[in-house]
Design a protein around this ligand. Structure first.
Ligand code: C5P
Length: 229
């Protein structure tokens, strides 16, 4: 039994606009609906817990999608708080040892094959796994006035994507420890790494983008249209 937790409590302040970005429409569905359907599409995924903002006025009240249960809880101030709230709100039937997928509401272009590979590799790993993409650009370190000061080696560097797959109990404890220590973890793998654990990097498609700006929305629409064609 694998459940998914989808943090969707962000305000999308970098995006601007009145509606939170997860409720913007692309290809006839909201960003959030694309992301939820993508994680629920795999047979191993039994249901999803969505963490919403306390002042969310756009949630359409789904109780199920594609025949699988959709539950909601209230998220927190940071992404990690929302993920933790989602983990804590999962049904009691999801044991500490069971795997949980965490997927951003803002990543609507997740491919079924990437999800399948993550589940296969992650479930066979003692720690867990995340989708990621190797860094391909040349990396520059800026000085304080925005001039290029040096070039960073990109060997061994990856960009973390979602979903990420960890056991419910281990991830809950790792996120709680990070929050207690005042460390702002930006993904689940970072919380595990702090405890000396090394999640497995599973190479995923570059087009599993996080929609952050209006330009990303147009790109996501194009990617989804290509995937359908
Ligand atoms: O802001 P960013 O795009 O990095 O957020 C990534 C994901 O985390 C989004 O799906 C967003 O809704 C979610 N989030 C959240 N709670 C927060 C901040 C972000 O659930 N407090």
């Amino acid at each position: 039994m694998t459940w998914a937790v989808v943090p969707a409590a962000g305000r999308g302040s970098r995006f601007g606009g009145e509606r939170p970005k997860q409720y913007l429409s692309l290809a006839g569905r909201t960003l959030l609906e694309h992301s939820l359907r993508a994680v629920l599409s795999h047979d191993d995924v039994d249901g999803v817990m969505v963490a919403l903002s306390p002042d969310d006025r756009d949630w359409p009240g789904w109780r199920d999608l594609g025949g699988k249960p959709v539950l909601t809880c209230i998220g927190g101030a940071e992404r990690a708080d929302s993920v933790l709230a989602g983990l804590q709100a999962l049904p009691g039937t999801v044991s500490e040892d069971q795997w949980v997928l965490v997927h951003d509401a803002a990543r609507p272009c997740l491919r079924a094959l990437d999800l399948a590979r993550l589940l296969t590799v992650g479930q066979a790993d003692p720690v867990g796994a995340l989708l990621a993409a190797p860094v391909r650009d040349t990396l520059k370190r800026a000085d304080r006035v925005g001039r290029s000061q040096s070039t960073e080696p990109r060997d061994w560097l990856w960009r973390a994507l979602t979903p990420q797959l960890f056991r419910r109990g281990g991830l809950t404890r790792a996120l709680e420890a990070a929050l207690r220590a005042g460390v702002r973890v930006t993904d689940e793998a970072m919380a595990m790494e702090r405890l000396g654990l090394k999640p497995c990097l599973v190479e995923g498609s570059e087009d599993n983008i996080k929609v952050t700006t209006p330009a990303d929305l147009a790109l996501a629409e194009f990617i989804l249209a290509q995937a359908r064609a």
